[in-house]
Design a protein around this ligand. Structure first.
Ligand code: AMP
Ligand code: GLY
Length: 423
């Protein structure tokens, strides 16, 4: 069959790499893709939210299935667009419909969902500019640190955590009144701060059955020791060593089952990945956020651990047969280290030639922000490449990634050499 992946990052290159191993695949397309995906698929230069152009591409290339990488097309209703079009409705889309994608598209919606289904999460209240005063009072009655979240999508920047009450009030005003995050901060969720260690669990559902995929932990800050600005993710490890069976049982019983059941009860159509961001407080899991897709760079460690044919897995989702699938996972640990452009996550330059990535042994190279310029692979984004390795434990796996990174270079290349430091 012919498959189209929407997206351009390390996540999409990893999915493409895995799908391309399937004997069931005829031709693979990625829109818009990167230099890495161009080696194993045909890149189509269109944007992930250009639905009319996506339709053209699907029809002219006889695409049989679409896999959606990032959240934007899902929150904008790409799945619904397919279902509402006579020529497209037979093409399965892996990713939830718009109503369900609100779990990521609106923090308030996600909070209300968790409350309705008794899913453990931080206590909260939401505010608009009409009740700014109540927002200030709510902050006064909380203990520091104060967690403020823009309700809508804000490119990963919408969560602000502050220690000082006056600064928190100022931030609330700036979000609600000055529209700091545009329409994304028309509503702001203020919540109780939870202290603990974070991890993520990924679930794949066909709307009825589900499979729990491996856990992963990512490292979001730019600086070693988890300091500095937030990034999309500087590295990841799977499985998470502290997520033992007892803790996983709690996650399953208190969070995964009520989430999948909650989607059904609320009639939220969901065929795709659920990314559950968790925090372990004492011995108990709490939900920090839902995302309606796989994570990046979490995909670079989660997908390589899936032993099944990924085309078959997606076919099982499309035909609602996921419960019949025997999911096989690699017991080894996978780690990934992200190579980024100097300056990222602030301003950085593009177009730097990358060398040595073809000399890698015993690691996988997943391209993120790369493109081809006159046949050469050059940087084209903040996050450039993820180097994934396997090992019996995360230290062994990381050692391979770091040894291989020695061989790769581009002008002002940067990476964190302390992935897993807190484990
Ligand atoms: P989010 O965009 O919802 O993932 O939030 C970004 C980051 O803010 C999370 O990864 C956490 O590190 C932190 N965070 C969000 N909510 C809370 C909370 N209630 N307590 C503590 N940290 C939080
Ligand atoms: N690595 C975090 C994310 O994909 O949202």
């Amino acid at each position: 069959m012919n498959i189209l992946i929407l997206g351009a990052g390390g996540r999409e290159h990893t999915i493409a790499w895995k799908l391309s191993q399937s004997p069931k695949l005829t031709q693979l397309f990625v829109a818009p893709g990167n230099a890495g995906t161009s080696e194993i698929a045909k890149n189509i230069p269109i944007g992930v939210t250009d639905f009319n152009e996506i339709k053209e591409a699907v029809l002219s290339n006889k695409i049989d299935m679409v896999i959606v990488g990032p959240e934007d097309p899902l929150v904008n209703g790409v799945h619904d667009y397919f279902l509402n079009d006579d020529k497209l409705k037979h093409v399965p889309v892996i990713g939830p419909q718009k109503a369900a994608a609100e779990l990521e598209g609106s923090k308030e919606f996600a909070k209300e969902f968790m409350m309705r289904h008794q899913i453990p999460t931080a206590a909260y209240q939401s505010f608009t500019s009409d009740n700014l005063k109540e927002g200030f009072e709510f902050l006064e009655n909380l203990n520091a640190p104060y967690v403020l979240k823009a309700d809508g999508l804000a490119a990963g920047k919408g969560v602000v955590i502050l220690d000082d009450l006056e600064k928190a009030k100022e931030e609330l005003r700036s979000m609600l009144v000055d529209k700091k995050f545009g329409s994304a901060s028309t509503t702001v969720v203020i919540e109780e701060f939870l202290a603990g260690i974070e991890l993520s669990v990924f679930v794949l559902t066909d709307g009825n059955g589900y499979k729990v995929l491996p856990t992963a932990k990512d490292y979001k800050r730019i600086g070693e020791g988890d300091v500095g600005l937030n990034t999309g993710g500087m590295g990841a490890i799977s499985p998470v060593p502290f997520a033992d069976q007892k803790f996983m049982d709690k996650i399953h019983e208190r969070i995964v089952v009520p989430t999948v059941e909650g989607l059904k009860k609320d009639h939220l159509p969901y065929k795709g990945f659920i990314f559950i961001g968790l925090i372990k407080v004492g011995d108990d899991p709490f939900v920090i956020e839902y995302n309606v897709r796989l994570g990046d760079p979490e995909t670079e460690v989660v997908v390589p651990r899936i032993k099944n044919d990924l085309v078959e897995v997606f076919q099982a989702v499309a035909s609602e047969q996921l419960n019949q699938l025997d999911l096989q996972l690699d017991d080894r640990t996978a780690t990934t280290v992200m190579l980024v452009s100097g300056g990222y996550p602030e301003a950085y330059e593009k177009g730097k030639e990358i060398s040595g990535y073809d000399q890698i042994e015993d690691s996988l190279v997943f391209h993120a922000g790369t493109t081809l310029n006159k046949g050469r692979v050059v940087t084209n984004g903040g996050r450039v490449m993820a180097i994934t390795s396997f090992g019996d434990d995360f230290k062994q796996a990381l050692k391979k990634s770091y040894q291989n990174i020695e061989k790769i270079s581009f002008d002002r290349m940067n990476y964190r050499s302390d992935i897993g430091f807190d484990l």
